[in-house]
Design a protein around this ligand. Structure first.
Ligand code: ADP
Ligand code: MG
Length: 621
């Protein structure tokens, strides 16, 4: 709740709206305490007194009634009617929407066509018709305004409910034996409630205006009772001669509607989870770079990450997700990057092409050289040309990286065309060729499948095909097989292995599974808390791990047919990144840690290509 308020008030206009509407509410709620005249007592001798007249702060109207008193009473009434109408419309409309959306099929059709019929009338005409049928009066105006707004809520909420009703958690509730009422109340309602609140906050001002409109026409509140609309209506004839009688209620309507709308917009933005996480700011096209000094090129590798530092600046916290990482790959080489989840593998990978979201991500140091050219801080256009063309990514969950509404062929075509201008037929042929390359059987017909029509392994192959679309030099694969079962995983790994042998691809393969590294990678780098703690040729590291963390990681891998062996979980938790201990970050979980491990910087040491960051390695290198 307090997070919501902070976010809401960060929006200056919403805060202004909240202050104005609160001030108005406080005034009208305290009417009995204020020294006001009776709003309905006429005094024809005092007609049309100017504002600031003796005893009448805002003057008097055509019957000599005190305008301030009528204004406050009228505002109270208008607000009450508008808010009541909004609540009624929201309750009835949402109930209809949830009912239609949840049951679907014929129920949905019949209910929604009824709603459409209501919607087909211009709503002010409909409101007039309802009041004409029920007779003038404030209560009837309220009913009319609520009724004409029901379709709006029904449509909105039905749309959301249809999406939710097919989701897994609703199926799960059904499997658990819950009845319809329980599912609607405990599963659906909490999920649509924010939408209802948002729809209400953006329409309440509108409904106050509609009520005022009906009263203005003499169909709402009846004399002598004051509401804002009827005050305006009564002042109409004196608009030229005594403008203050119309300006006073007019200004109040303006203030109420504007402040409620500003507040409503603010509430909507603050409740929307997508806007919420980004604090209303869109991520930049490339990661923000705040780098001091330059890193001279050291190697002539195809892709070299040198002393990379990437941080997340969240509020006052500085999370050092990547803290001085250096890695390099040559053509045709596969480098494994391994570590527990949260160790900074993905952030390292995304930093290469400036894909870490900013805010909150900032690259604070280091360089990434692709064929000698530094990519960190490179202009957007130069990065864009390389993204997907020279350096391509494969991500973990293919279902979330593929667009659900486009056929895979179209998505492959998009990947091809963003860097190459080919004709439609050529792109299609190329897409089929790519699907063949990643061993999708029957590629010609599969190219027209939607992602949901494919299995997980198939989708990941499409992901790989997209990465291959522009024949990149480097592929960065971020846990591409984690979501797959072992047989499919083995197929994907052998596919990647073939591809790199055939095409001389350099692969950076990120995983948390030593078994996978053993199958595919030439070299492996072990990450812990944003740093490389050990690096070397895969076989050497597997046979003789030097860092205690690596040794523990390898011990966590179950072995088939190796007899019964206790799997050694690593005790303790990965460290908090904005509060790293000095010295070795693994020391608190290490059984060999000594006092010297907790002091000062520990360098990555060892002969070329075989290094470890430890004072007491398991073996000397
Ligand atoms: P993994 O090694 O599992 O891929 P990541 O590279 O995704 O780990 O994350 C490294 C660290 O950076 C984690 O501790 C994570 O909490 C932090 N992190 C990642 N993205 C963000 C973000 N957008 N905001 C704040 N912290 C983040
Ligand atoms: Mg990751």
């Amino acid at each position: 709740m307090s997070a919501f308020l902070t976010l809401l008030f960060r929006n200056r206009l919403a805060a202004l709206g909240a202050v104005v509407i609160m001030a108005i509410l406080i005034l009208v709620l305290n009417i009995p305490l204020l020294p006001l005249h009776d709003p309905d007592v006429t005094a024809t001798a005092d007609r049309f007194m100017r504002p600031f007249a003796e005893g009448h702060l805002l003057g008097t109207d055509h019957l000599g009634r005190d305008l301030l008193s009528r204004l406050l009473h009228g505002t109270r009434l208008s607000l009450a009617v508008g808010i009541a109408a909004a609540l009624i419309a929201a309750a009835i409309g949402s109930a209809i929407g949830i009912f239609a959306g949840y049951f679907g099929g014929r129920t949905d059709n019949i209910v929604m066509r009824g709603v459409d019929m209501l919607m087909a009338f211009p709503y002010i005409l409909l409101a007039l018709a309802i009041v004409a049928a029920l007779g003038p009066g404030l209560m009837n105006a309220l009913i009319a305004v609520a009724a004409v707004n029901v379709p709006f809520f029904a449509r909105n909420i039905r749309g959301i409910t249809v999406g939710l009703a097919g989701r897994e958690f609703v199926d799960a509730a059904r499997l658990a034996g819950m009845g319809h009422t329980r599912i609607v109340l405990t599963e659906l309602l909490p999920n649509v409630l924010p939408v209802i609140v948002i729809a209400m906050s953006t329409t309440v001002g509108w409904m106050i205006l509609e009520t005022a409109g009906l009263s203005f026409l003499g169909l709402g509140s009846q004399p002598p009772q004051a509401d804002l609309g009827s005050m305006l209506g009564e002042a109409r004839s004196a608009m030229i001669s005594h403008p203050h009688t119309s300006i006073v209620p007019g200004l109040m309507i303006f203030l109420i509607v504007v402040s409620i709308n500003l507040l409503g917009d603010g509430v909507r933005d603050a409740l929307d989870p997508r806007l919420r996480s980004g604090a209303l700011s869109r991520p930049r096209a490339t990661t923000l770079v705040k780098r001091h000094g330059d890193v001279p090129p050291t190697t002539d590798d195809l892709l070299a990450i040198q002393d990379l530092h990437t941080e997340f600046h969240v509020g006052k916290r500085n999370l050092r997700a990547v803290d001085g990482v250096s890695l390099a790959v040559k053509p045709g080489e596969c480098l494994g990057v391994i570590g527990e989840s949260g160790s900074g593998k993905s952030v390292t990978a995304l930093s290469v092409m400036g894909l870490v979201a900013s805010p909150p991500g900032v690259i604070t140091g280091g360089a990434v050289r692709f064929q000698g050219e530094d990519l960190i801080g490179a202009p957007y256009e130069s990065l864009r040309q390389k993204r997907g063309d020279r350096v391509a990514y494969i991500f973990q969950d293919p279902l979330s990286t593929l667009h659900p509404l486009y056929r895979v062929g179209q998505q492959l075509a998009e990947a091809i065309r963003s860097h190459d201008s080919l004709s439609k037929a050529e792109t299609r042929a190329r897409a089929i060729e790519l699907l063949n390359d990643v061993r999708i059987p029957n590629a010609k017909s599969r190219v027209d499948d939607y992602p949901h029509e494919m299995s997980g392994g198939m989708r990941q192959r499409v992901g790989i095909a997209m990465a291959l679309a522009n024949e990149p030099d480097v592929i960065i694969a971020d846990e591409p097989t984690t979501a797959l079962d072992v047989t499919v995983q083995a197929q994907i790994l052998s596919l990647l292995d073939d591809l790199r042998r055939e095409r001389g691809l350099a692969i950076i393969f990120i995983t948390h599974d030593f078994g996978v590294v053993a199958q595919l990678c030439d070299r492996v780098a072990v990450m812990y808390a944003g740093r490389i703690v050990e690096e070397g040729p895969t076989q050497a590291v597997l046979d003789a791990p030097a860092h205690p963390y690596t040794k523990r990681l390898i011990a966590c891998v179950p072995e088939l047919g190796g007899g019964r062996r206790e799997l050694a979980a690593i005790p303790g938790l990965p460290p908090v990144l904005d509060d790293l201990p000095s010295g070795c970050a693994f020391a608190p979980r290490c059984n060999k840690a000594a006092k010297s491990c907790r002091q000062g910087e520990i360098p990555l040491q060892g002969p070329a290509l075989r290094t470890v960051r430890c004072l007491f390695p398991e073996r000397t290198l």
